[in-house]
Structures are given as C-alpha cells and as structure tokens.
Ligand binder design. Structure first.
Ligand code: CP
Ligand code: NVA
Length: 303
C-alpha cells in the first residue's frame, strides 16, 4: 500500500474526511467512557517542531500515549537539523526508525520535500501555507454542536494566512460557503483561492463577510515568523477585529472559533472570546480526539 501523508486537507477524500470526523467523535466518547483503546502499541511518532507549539505538541504526545505508543519531541536546537543536516537525509533516517512523523515548519515546500523522502506517513502540523490538523478539530467542533457544515456560511475575518488557506480547502471538501474579509494586500494566495472555486469569496469588508454567518473565525494578525511586522499589522488590521458588534451580524446561534493562541484586544475582544458563542476550549480539546482519528487512519487503517 502506498504511504499516505497528510500535508493538506486535500490528502483526504471528502468521504474519508467525513468518516474521520465521525471517528473522532466516537474516540472522544470512548475516552470519556474510560475505555482503554490502544491500537498503536510499540508505535513511535517523531515530532519535528521548527516553530513553537503548545496545543499541537501536547495533543499529539497525549494521543500517542493514550494509544499505547510513544512520541519523541525533536527541535532544531538539539538535533542535527539545526546544524544543517539536509532535510532529505533526516527524512530517510527517521523514517527507518519511527512509524510516523509529524512536522511543523516554515515553507510548505520543506514538508513536501521531507515527505518525498519519508517511507512512513508525514503529518503537517502547520506550515506557512496551511494547518490541516487544526481544521480537523474545527470541523469536529462544529459537527458536535451544530451538525454538518454542508451549505452553511463561514466567515473568516483577518489575515489570509495558513489557517485561512485550510478553511478554503475545507470549504471545497465539505461544500460550505466561505466569506473571507482581509485588508488589501493580505489576501490568501491566489492559487489556493482558485482551488476553493465557487465556495470561496474574498472580500475586504468584515461586515459583509460576517452577516448571516453560522461560524465566525479569526486568527492572530502576525503569525509565527512575522513578528517583525507586528506593529504595522496591528494598524492595518484594526477594522478586522471580531467584536460583539461584528458577532451581532452573524446568525443568532453562530459560533466563534479561534485556533489559539489569541491576542485579546487585537483580532478578538475579551468579550467575544470569553462569551457564550465562543467554543475555543472545546475546539482546542478536539485537537486530541481528531488527531487520534488521524493517527488511527494513517497507521492502522492504511499501513
Ligand atoms: N492552534 C495551534 O496549533 O496551537 P499551538 O501553536 O499551540 O500548537
Ligand atoms: N497563523 C498562526 C497559527 C498558529 C496556530 C501561525 O502560523 O502562527
């Protein structure tokens, strides 16, 4: 069987994506029921983090532990990666030792290159281009609380960044309308927007995007690697804050999501993130359950 990687949401078919979300909900139920389920004994996940993380690291590490396996945290600071060992050499070595590799890095091409040389599944744990694991959790959270996303309206307010790109790919896979509001010059990459086709509209008006939405999402204005642009971005993005006035334009039962970490007073107000429509803690928790479903899919069902 050919090695399956998960570098973008398009690496799953819509049918597989649906099944994975249903499975994530079931795994969460089993977890809360106290059922031991250890489908990955002796399996090892290598986790390469070339950028910081709280949720991704802890959710993958916990998932492997609860599944009866083990996870190894690898950072450039204490591996030969940081001293310039070629990525293709690292991929060939690690994939002869571990059963799956998760990678968080900068350029998307780097993980693509890594995956080309890996003989075990590679999971994208965030690149500058996309963050597909986060979308698994977001979709699971919406399905748990509101049912299918099919035909719904989702508003993306803020930067046309990695999270925005993953929302675009989710829109095509799950067939929901995605209205994106970004400042001019901060739109998502054109090729990704094109892939979104009829499901995606890129606007510059947060009011238009939020009106009638079933789900309102945002993310930080300066992503990891853009720290130098923080001050300039805060000025440009000011009209794109998700606040109570903006949430009031969405459906009365609209949900608010943020992948976290959040900057209160910038992309979202305290009132919204701590308010009754915010589901950010459930969303964060679902990283664990949905990634368990992903690991099971890659390592049990497709190995
Ligand atoms: N949302 C997310 O990926 O969080 P971390 O950067 O903490 O992993
Ligand atoms: N867009 C953010 C997401 C963090 C989880 C970043 O790339 O830093």
């Amino acid at each position: 069987m050919a090695t399956r990687h998960f570098l973008t949401l398009l690496d799953l078919s819509p049918t597989e994506l649906h099944a994975l979300i249903i499975r994530a909900i079931e795994l969460k139920r089993l977890h809360y029921a106290g059922t031991r389920y250890e489908p990955l004994p002796n399996k090892v996940l290598g986790m390469i983090f070339e950028k910081s993380s709280t949720r991704t690291r802890v959710s993958f590490e916990t998932a492997m532990y609860q599944f009866g396996g083990h996870a190894i945290f690898l950072s450039p600071q204490d591996t030969q990666l940081g001293r310039g060992e070629p990525i293709e050499d690292t991929a060939r070595v690690l994939s002869r030792m571990v059963d799956c590799i998760m990678m968080r890095t900068h350029a998307h091409e780097r993980i693509e290159h890594f995956a080309k040389y890996s003989k075990v599944p590679v999971i994208n744990a965030l690149t500058d281009l996309c963050h597909p694991c986060q979308l698994l959790a977001d979709i699971q959270t919406f399905v748990e609380l509101r049912g299918s996303l099919n035909g719904k309206k989702v508003a993306w307010i803020g930067d046309g960044n990695n999270m925005c790109h993953s929302y675009i790919l989710a829109a095509t896979q799950l067939q929901f309308q995605l209205a994106i509001a970004t400042p001019e010059g901060y739109e998502p990459v054109a090729a990704v927007v094109k892939r979104g086709g009829e499901y995606v509209k890129v606007l510059h008006d947060p009011v238009l995007a939020a009106t009638g939405a079933h789900l309102v999402c945002t993310d930080v204005w300066a992503s990891m690697g853009q720290e130098d642009e923080q001050t300039q971005r805060v000025a440009v993005f000011k009209p794109y804050q998700v606040n109570s006035a903006l949430m009031a334009l969405a459906k009365p039962d609209a949900l608010f999501m943020h992948c976290l970490p959040a900057h209160r007073g910038e992309e979202v107000t305290t009132e919204v993130i701590e308010g009754s429509q915010s589901v950010v803690w459930q969303q964060a928790e679902n990283r664990l359950h949905s990634q368990k479903a992903l690991l099971e899919f890659l390592l049990v069902r497709h190995s």
